[in-house]
Design a protein around this ligand. Structure first.
Ligand code: BJW
Length: 299
C-alpha cells in the first residue's frame, strides 16, 4: 500500500525483528478482499437483515429456516472465496520456526487454513461455518469440516448474492434506524424444519458450529489462548487485523498483551479506530486493506 508511512513502517519492522513471541488477532476485515463482508458498518446486511441480528441464538430459535438460509449463503460464499495475501502472510509467519506464533481468529470462513496456516497454531474462537452440531443438549453429535453445499435441497435457492447497501444501513449502531429499502431485496422462503439439516443420531435440528452472542466460547480454545498469553515468555507483539474490537472476549486479548508489556500493531481501513490507537505510544497503526498491508509490514 503506497500510503503506508515509511517511518512508522521502519520503526515497526525494527521492533518486529526482535520479537520472539507474537500473536495475531483476526477479524472480518482480513477476508474483505477475498469478497466476504464484515459484520458491522455498511457491508453488514443480508437481504435487509442486519447480519449481527442473525448471528444470535434468539434468531435461530425464532426462525431456524431464516438463519439456516443465511448460513447456507455464508458457507457457499466462503467456499467460492479464495484466501488472499493477508491470509498467506499469517500462514507463512506461523510456519517460521524462529518465532513463537499463534493466530486467534474470530472468522469462521476457513480461509486461513486454506492458505496453509497450521491448525495447531490457529484458534478459531468463534467456530467454523463448516462444523455442524446438534441443537439438542442431550445429543453430542458434531460434524467437522463438512463442505457439502448446499446442505439440503431446500437450502439450494438461498444462495443469492450479498446485498450491497448504502452508508449507514447496517451494523449494531444503526439498529434504531428504520429499515432501508434495497433495490436488490430478495424475499426469504419459508422452509419447514424437516427440510433443514437434521441430526443423523436424534433427528433434531442441526445448527452451524459457530459461537453466537451470549454463548460460551469452546473451553479448550479459550484455555489454549490463555496459556499462550499468560504462560512462558511474554507476548512481544499483538497484530490486530481487520477487527472492530467490539466483541468480548476477543477484544480483551489486546489489553492483556499490553498489560504484560507487549506492543500492538493495528491493521484496519477505519481511520477513526487508528487515530484512537495512535494516542498510545506502544501502538502502531496501519491504515488500509489488511491483505495489502500485511505482506509489506511483515515482510
Ligand atoms: C478492514 C477491511 C480491510 C473492513 N482490511 N480492515 C451484554 C449482553 C450479552 C452479552 C454481552 C454483554 N456485554 C458483553 C457481552 C459479551 C458478548 C459481547 O462481546 N458483546 C458485545 C457486542 C457487547 N460476547 C459474547 O457473548 C461472547 N461470549 C461470551 O462472552 O460468553 C460469556 C458470556 C455470556 C453471556 C454474557 C456475558 C458473557 C460470544 C461472542 C460471539 C460473537 N459471535 C459472532 C458471530 C460468529 C458466527 C458468525 O460468523 O456468524 O462473531 S458476532 C460477530 O462479531 C462475529 C465476529 O467474529 C465478531 C467480531 O466482528 P469483527 O470480526 O470485528 O467484524 P466487524 O464487522 O465488527 O469489524 C470489521 C473491521 O474490519 C472493521 O473495523 C473495519 O473497519 C475493518 N475492515 N475492511 C482491514 N479490507
Amino acid at each position: 500500500n503506497s500510503e503506508i508511512d515509511p517511518i512508522t513502517l521502519r520503526e515497526f519492522q525494527t521492533y518486529l525483528k526482535q520479537c520472539k513471541k507474537i500473536v495475531a488477532l483476526v477479524g472480518a476485515g482480513l477476508s474483505v478482499s477475498s469478497g466476504l463482508p464484515t459484520f458491522r458498518g455498511t457491508q453488514g446486511l443480508w437481504k435487509n437483515y442486519n447480519i449481527i441480528d442473525l448471528a444470535t441464538p434468539d434468531a435461530f430459535y425464532i426462525d431456524p429456516g431464516l438463519v439456516w438460509q443465511f448460513y447456507s449463503w455464508r458457507r457457499s460464499h466462503a467456499l467460492e472465496a479464495e484466501p488472499n495475501d493477508g491470509h498467506r502472510t499469517l500462514a507463512k509467519l506461523a510456519l517460521n520456526p524462529n518465532v513463537e506464533f499463534t493466530t486467534i481468529t474470530q472468522n469462521v470462513d476457513g480461509l486461513l487454513i486454506r492458505a496453509g496456516h497450521p491448525k495447531k497454531k490457529l484458534y478459531e474462537i468463534h467456530g467454523s461455518l463448516f462444523d455442524l452440531k446438534c441443537t439438542s443438549f442431550m445429543c453430542t453429535y458434531v460434524d467437522h469440516d463438512n463442505f457439502t453445499d448446499p446442505l439440503t435441497k431446500e437450502l439450494a435457492d438461498s444462495r443469492f448474492e450479498h446485498v450491497t447497501v448504502f452508508a449507514g444501513a447496517g451494523g449494531e449502531g444503526d439498529r434504531d434506524r428504520p429499515p432501508i429499502e434495497s433495490p436488490q431485496f430478495a424475499p426469504i422462503k419459508q422452509i419447514p424444519e424437516s427440510e433443514l439439516p437434521l441430526c443423523p443420531l436424534c433427528n433434531l435440528l442441526l445448527r452451524p458450529g459457530v459461537v453466537w452472542f451470549g454463548e460460551s466460547l469452546p473451553l479448550k480454545l479459550i484455555t489454549g489462548v490463555d496459556r499462550f498469553i499468560e504462560q512462558g515468555e511474554k507476548v512481544d507483539l499483538i497484530l490486530v487485523i481487520g477487527t472492530s474490537g467490539t466483541v468480548y472476549p476477543a477484544n480483551s486479548y489486546v489489553d492483556r498483551v499490553r498489560f504484560k508489556g507487549g506492543k500492538v500493531a493495528i491493521f484496519n481501513t477505519d481511520i477513526e479506530l487508528l487515530i484512537m490507537a495512535g494516542e498510545d505510544r506502544d501502538t502502531w497503526g496501519f491504515q488500509g486493506d489488511a491483505a495489502k498491508l500485511l505482506p509489506i509490514a511483515l515482510a
